[in-house]
Design a protein around this ligand. Structure first.
Ligand SMILES: Nc1ncnc2c1ncn2[C@@H]1O[C@H](COP(=O)(O)OP(=O)(O)OP(=O)(O)O)[C@@H](O)[C@H]1O
Length: 618
């Protein structure tokens, strides 16, 4: 990871390194497509040479061919001129094609790397990084790069080569006319510097305004149901317009400066031509042998001047594009520098033959360094095949416990050891990929992808995705097969976040994910969402089936689940205050009995009353 101390923060909060360092680090991505890059680079001298050659041919036609009345030579010069035009056109076309092909292929690789990398980042990273930031990095930052790769870095090299070749040709032809032609250069420099500094600031403002507006759009769309339910659509549109106005204001000013720069440059180039004609005119009436100035030479210089102004005018805009791209690169690098989870292990699976026994001793855990622990010295065991329920008020640390057992968060103290046949294995020593082959968690908030039922159960896992019989069996286990069949089977698309399903049905699909994989230890965070009594009955039956035949730690909200458990852990403020079976804890009349009285009392004894109240909030 890059040393943060060696980087300072620039505009937009991007760390600033040197432009070359940023571009050098980019090379490994571009290297895979270097054949196209080389082709693009080789075209640069061709374009530059042809640019300088054409005015020379005009001079040849006027001063030699026409002056000597040589029609054949004039025709040959004409053909050469056409060939030079064709060569320049073909070289430019090849260059644009090769560079944009290399650029887009490189960007595709980089985009894949970013996506692959962020998927491996730990939960702590997501706690501090809004998803909007990540989206900006993989969309607008990548676009800025793409623009630069296709048009910035290499075309600027072509521009430099064209300017240099024209200057060399001009000096070789006549140094006095060259100096006169370049008399306006300092003025030009001042104008370009002023306009481009302003344009650069405006471009930055445009990008900021754009990202604020798209962030607002994304959030409002995600919460569209809330807006509609509360009749806030109009207000949202007004705010969107207000944000759009900021963007439009910046664009208008930038357009003004852009137009200003172009017309001022046109004016300056016309001034240079006028100056040239004024200076050269007397020589035209002198003896050519003495003055060296001919009509053809004048034509060539006018042509050169017009050619040299185009790349000069665009030079600053391209430089600004490169600067933007470097800022984007820096932001992308800071993301790529985030250390990923060590996922892939080497060697044999240390949990081979593990039957689900677990021993937790003096477990302590805090989310951030210096912040108070949320788990404060916890001890408990789970025997193979045992169902252990965790209950406690909101914020007591139940979910955190599940996160430790699945290594969603690292950095616990104490011991969480899995009793494998070859000896106890600490959870922190098992790579997540391996651990999650044995320990799975069903979260309280079900997330379904906008895809069909088959994908939502298999998540595209090889061996499962192509085995519909296994997926169907999992759906049958959790009693979801009937409703899936009614909706048209495994290919039924559940909609974004499962909006085409009821809350209970979505939950059954989440259970089916686990049933299809048969983990040795299941962590189940029961949902508190109320569902209709019919679905509730199905959910309870599904949970009952999931609990069978494996070790389970269930964060329980239903009386039926708590009663079914072999043992109950009562968590309070990060500490286990009571531990034992339901009847024993109830008889004790302590914290559990209080929770029971407040939370579960409305449920009938058969645990089959329909929607169950959760354990109450503190
Ligand atoms: N990602 C996080 N970063 C920092 N603190 C967190 C994070 N997640 C949870 N906490 C804090 O840790 C404590 C325990 O939270 P946890 O989610 O484990 O409680 P819980 O018992 O599962 O609550 P609930 O029943 O409401 O789900 C709470 O004080 C919570 O604010």
């Amino acid at each position: 990871m890059a040393d943060p101390k060696t980087r300072s923060k620039g505009q937009d909060g991007a760390p600033q390194g040197s432009t070359w360092a940023a571009l050098r680090r980019f090379w490994p991505y571009a290297r895979a497509h270097k054949r196209w890059l080389w082709l693009g680079l080789w075209m640069i001298p061709v374009v530059a040479a042809m640019s300088a050659l054409r005015p020379l041919l005009v001079k040849q036609a006027v001063d030699t061919d026409i002056a000597h009345g040589d029609l054949i030579a004039l025709r040959v010069t004409g053909i050469l001129f056409l060939a030079a035009v064709m060569a320049e056109f073909l070289a430019t076309a090849a260059q644009v094609y090769a560079l944009s092909r290399a650029g887009h292929a490189t960007i595709t690789d980089l985009r894949r790397s970013i996506f692959g990398h962020v998927l491996k980042l730990p939960a702590r990273f997501y706690d501090k990084t809004p998803i909007g930031n990540l989206l900006a990095r993989s969309t607008s930052d990548i676009e800025a790069l793409s623009e630069t790769l296709a048009f910035g870095v290499f075309t600027i090299l072509t521009d430099v080569a064209v300017i240099l070749s024209i200057l060399v040709a001009m000096f070789a032809l006549d140094w006095r006319l060259t100096l006169v032609s370049l008399a306006a250069a300092p003025l030009l420099w001042v104008i370009v510097a002023h306009f481009s500094a302003r344009l650069r600031a405006l471009q930055l403002e445009i990008r900021r305004a754009q990202s604020v507006q798209s962030g607002y759009l994304a959030e409002q769309l995600a919460g569209v149901t809330v807006l509609q339910l509360f009749g806030r659509e109009r207000a949202a549109v007004q705010e969107f317009e207000r944000l759009g106005d900021r963007f439009l204001r910046a664009v208008k000013t930038a357009n003004w400066y852009d137009a200003g720069l172009y017309s001022v440059m046109d004016g300056v180039s016309a001034m240079c031509v006028a100056l040239l004609i004024y200076f050269a005119a007397p020589y035209l009436f002198e003896d050519v042998a003495r003055s060296g100035v001919t009509l053809g030479l004048l034509f060539a210089f006018i042509d050169y001047l017009q050619r040299v102004f185009i790349p000069i005018r665009e030079f600053s805009a391209k430089l600004a594009t490169i600067q933007r791209a470097v800022a984007s690169l820096e932001r992308i690098y800071s993301l790529l520098d985030e250390p990923p989870e060590a996922r892939i292990g080497s060697g044999a699976d240390p949990l081979q033959g593990w039957t689900g026994g677990l021993q937790v001793r003096d477990l302590r855990f805090g989310y951030r360094e210096g912040a108070p622990d949320v788990l404060k010295g916890i001890d408990f065991d789970i025997a193979p095949g045992e169902v252990v329920a965790v209950v406690g008020r909101t914020g007591s640390g139940k979910t955190s416990l599940g996160r430790i057992l699945t290594r969603t968060y690292d950095g616990y103290r104490g011991s969480v050891s899995l009793q494998a046949p070859a000896g106890p294995v600490e959870v922190r020593d098992v790579v997540p990929d391996c651990l999650r082959g044995h320990v799975l968690m069903v979260q309280q908030d079900v997330f379904l992808f906008n895809d069909d039922v088959a994908f939502n159960v298999s998540l595209g896992e090889a061996g499962l995705a192509d085995d519909p019989a296994r997926i169907e069996a999992a759906l049958r286990t959790v009693q979801a097969w009937d409703f899936v069949q009614e909706r048209g089977g495994l290919q039924f698309v559940v909609g974004e976040r499962g909006r085409n399903l009821s809350a209970g049905e979505a939950q059954l699909l989440a259970f089916a994910r686990v049933a299809a994989r048969q983990p040795t230890l299941l962590i189940l965070d029961e949902a508190t969402a109320s569902v209709d009594s019919m679905t509730e009955h199905k959910v309870q039956a599904a949970i009952e089936r999931l609990l069978r035949g494996r070790s389970v730690l269930v964060i329980a909200h239903r009386l039926s689940t708590v009663r079914r458990a072999d043992k109950i852990l009562v968590l309070q403020d990060g500490v286990i205050v009571e531990q034992g079976p339901h009847d024993v804890l109830l008889a004790r009349g302590g914290v559990y009995a209080e929770l029971y009285r407040m939370g579960f009392q409305e449920e009938t004894d058969d645990g089959n009353s329909g929607a169950q109240p959760p354990v109450p909030a503190a």
